[in-house]
Design a protein around this ligand. Structure first.
Ligand code: ADP
Ligand code: MG
Length: 261
């Protein structure tokens, strides 16, 4: 059975794409068959895995408007068990098209498309855009669970209530089995008191929803690590760029905590 995990937070720059790429790659290195679906028009997950616009003709936009099947846009990556369904800036038009055509069941289009291929994968990771519009609703409607990255910086928890309400609403209406898989503190810096404060707040409110590394019995926290910021420019997940870096280890711990749960 495949597990479908959306990475979501309507804030930009909190580590969604970094988490999507590196969780997907860490699961793939653990010999799981993984599909990373990029549904952010910014296509950062696609480029972060080394694909450029000229490398692929069709993308997730063509799937969502019904021009292509999901299997027709999937690309192989340098990790043999990791595939990616790429995105492209053209995807910005999809919300308007859904709206203009009053597309029926538009919240469930991605779910329907995933149904066709999901047996071929152990994990399907969906990287969503920084908004709570139709695209993110599609991701949350298709997913079994959602990981919410929380940047350990100013205003980290601002807007979280709105996201949690959206999750609740989708659970009530479209996707009753949707679960919050966990909150993932990202860009944690030990030198920064604010990081500690954000993490303490998360522990206070969502203790049971933090990821735990069973081996060390400690919470999974993604450190601020320059290697994580560099690796997309080499078109590589961190595990292929610098496997020993703290960022790589943290994402491997996240993958392990998901594999054993
Ligand atoms: P989002 O997808 O939520 O917009 P990204 O994953 O693209 O966020 O991260 C925003 C920026 O921060 C990117 O430039 C990324 O490389 C960088 N970044 C993300 N996580 C880390 C980290 N743990 N340490 C250092 N830089 C990071
Ligand atoms: Mg992103």
């Amino acid at each position: 059975m495949s597990e479908i995990i959306a990475i979501a937070n309507q804030k930009g720059g909190v580590g969604k794409t970094t988490t999507a790429i590196n969780l997907a790659a860490s699961l793939a290195v653990a010999e799981k068959r993984v599909l990373l679906i990029d549904i952010d028009p910014q296509a950062n997950a696609t480029t972060g895995l080394g694909f450029h616009r000229s490398d692929y003709e069709y993308n997730i936009y063509h799937v969502l408007i019904g021009r292509k099947r999901l299997s027709q846009v999937i690309l192989e990556t340098s990790l043999s068990t990791l595939h990616v369904a790429p995105s492209n800036i053209g995807l910005v038009g999809v919300e308007k098209e859904f709206y203009d055509n009053n597309t029926k069941g538009r919240e469930l289009i991605l779910k329907t498309k995933i149904e066709e291929i999901k047996d071929q994968y152990d994990y399907i990771i969906i990287d969503s855009p920084p908004a709570l519009g139709s695209i993110t609703i599609n991701a949350l409607s298709a997913a079994n669970s959602v990981i919410i990255p929380i940047q350990c910086e100013f205003f980290a928890l601002e807007g979280l209530a709105q996201l949690l309400n959206t999750v609740k609403l989708i659970k009530k209406t479209i996707n009753p089995t949707l679960e919050i898989k966990g909150f993932l503190p990202t860009m944690y810096s030990t030198q920064n008191n604010l990081s500690k404060q954000v993490f303490a707040d998360l522990k206070e409110h969502f203790k049971s929803k933090l990821f735990v590394d069973k081996e060390s019995a400690s919470y999974v926290v993604i450190p601020r690590n320059i290697k994580l910021a560099e690796s997309p420019s080499f078109g590589k997940p961190i595990i292929l760029y610098d496997v020993e870096s703290p960022g790589s280890k943290a994402y491997q711990n996240l993958a392990n905590s998901i594999l054993v749960s």
